[in-house]
Design a protein around this ligand. Structure first.
Ligand code: AMP
Ligand code: ZN
Length: 114
């Protein structure tokens, strides 16, 4: 999708700090970090949000979370805890309509979230 920010980042048309990539996913540093570690795990496939995910996307969704867990472990976030978040829809705070998993860590998190 030529007008999608994350597709353009994945295609290297827009610069970003890419910290991981494989055949199905790319992870970048969030440009406006909300915690000392704030990564975004993004599928190469353009899915606007979780709303559009289908049964055939089951393995991909699992993969995104396994990548998130691996990146968190590599950064030593697992001992103190970290948060994985998918915002779905503008009412939930989604601003980029290409599915992504936020990985936040390095500070305490409260519940319920804002
Ligand atoms: P969401 O609001 O859940 O859709 O998350 C979108 C995230 O993308 C936000 O945390 C933004 O800070 C982040 N973001 C927006 N533009 C960029 C960019 N060019 N590079 C990296 N992260 C970005
Ligand atoms: Zn996209």
């Amino acid at each position: 999708m030529s007008d999608c920010l994350f597709c353009r980042i994945i295609d290297r048309k827009i610069p970003a700090k890419i910290v991981y990539e494989d055949e199905r996913a790319v992870a970048i540093e969030d440009i406006h970090p909300q915690s000392p570690t704030h990564l975004l795990v993004i599928p190469r496939q353009h899915l606007p949000s979780l709303l559009e995910a289908q049964a055939g996307d089951e393995a991909l969704l699992g993969h995104l979370f396994l990548v998130a867990a691996q990146l968190a472990r590599e950064r030593g976030l697992d001992s103190k805890g970290y948060r994985t978040v998918i915002n779905t829809g503008s009412g939930a705070g989604q601003t980029v309509f290409h599915l992504h998993v936020h990985v936040l860590g390095g500070r305490p998190f409260h519940w319920p979230p804002g």
